[in-house]
Design a protein around this ligand. Structure first.
Ligand SMILES: C[S@@+](CC[C@H](N)C(=O)[O-])C[C@H]1O[C@@H](n2cnc3c(N)ncnc32)[C@H](O)[C@@H]1O
Length: 275
């Protein structure tokens, strides 16, 4: 995968990129539609790897601001300046390295980061939290905040983002597409872990009724030469609805490990193809 997003994004499908690309290529469709594109890693890589029209939709405040400021060429400079402000006279080395070897200096970086995000405007603050904060905790500096490799990856990622066709709308079951490969990775009402804990905390208040709308959307677009690839967490509401409405559909289970602060846990998600 050539383009790597440089922050963690809940539900990121980059980890299944190879398989998604394979299924898309086999479909022979010329249009790839990603209606819940989140961190955009999958469409960004397809943009580089395959010849296709790529249409995406992102509904997430921080991502939308990143996209908006990036169109004005403001994100890369904002981040470079942030690195300078956070490190000040601390010699530049990866934040991960400092985090692992020198907790006092890491605390200083954290302090500088907190000062910085209070001294920029609200839009810049949201973008810097996305790029440099711990996911879900705006008040913490991520140990992935800076590395030489991150700067390079960020540049490449932002360049591709500028070229993508990105809408920022709430899902609407009346949307119509034809001759397309439609990738659907809606908010999960269940966690991907074995315990099936309720609720990834996405914005947008996705509910079980929205899962029903999604199924209606699939039905009304099915006769238009589209293929759907849909992801979800095991046994979630959407999986049950798909089984009910499309009984012939087969589910593939994808297992993976997620590590978070050194703790690794077994995760699993399903995907299915509807055509
Ligand atoms: C499972 S995530 C998608 C992750 C994405 N495929 C990736 O690889 O990063 C679901 C996405 O749907 C967005 N979302 C939440 N409510 C929405 C709504 N009503 N309409 C459209 N998107 C919504 C969330 O903000 C989140 O980005």
């Amino acid at each position: 995968m050539k383009i790597k997003k440089v922050f963690s994004y809940m539900g990121n499908k980059g980890k299944f990129y190879k398989e998604i690309k394979e299924v898309f290529e086999k479909s022979k469709k010329k249009k790839f539609v990603d209606l819940f594109a989140g961190g955009l890693e999958v469409p960004a890589n397809l943009y580089i790897d395959v010849e296709a029209d790529i249409f995406t939709n992102v509904k997430d405040t921080k991502m939308e601001l990143l996209i908006k400021l990036n169109k004005k060429d403001k994100v890369f400079n904002l981040f470079e300046k942030a690195v300078t402000e956070v490190y000040q006279n601390i010699p530049l080395s990866s934040t991960r390295n400092i985090y692992n070897t020198d907790k006092i200096t890491f605390e200083k970086l954290k302090e500088n980061y907190l000062k910085l995000i209070e001294n920029v405007n609200e839009e810049e603050k949201e973008v810097l939290i996305l790029l440099g904060g711990v996911a879900g905790k705006s008040r913490s500096l991520s140990s992935n905040f800076y590395s030489e490799q991150k700067i390079k990856r960020l540049k490449d990622y932002l360049e591709v983002l500028k070229k993508l066709d990105i809408k920022t709308e709430f899902f609407n079951e009346k949307w119509q597409f034809s001759d397309s490969f439609i990738f659907l990775d809606p908010p999960y009402l269940l966690e991907t872990g074995a315990e099936g804990k309720k609720g990834f905390n996405y914005e947008g208040d996705w509910t079980e009724k929205d899962d029903v709308r999604l199924v209606n959307f699939i039905k009304s677009n099915l006769e238009k030469n589209n293929i759907f690839m849909i992801f979800g967490s095991l046994n979630n509401n959407l999986q049950h609805l798909i089984k009910e409405n499309f009984p012939a559909v087969k589910f593939e289970i994808k297992k993976y490990k997620r590590s978070f602060f050194g703790c690794s846990s077994e995760r699993a998600e399903w995907y299915c193809i509807i055509k």
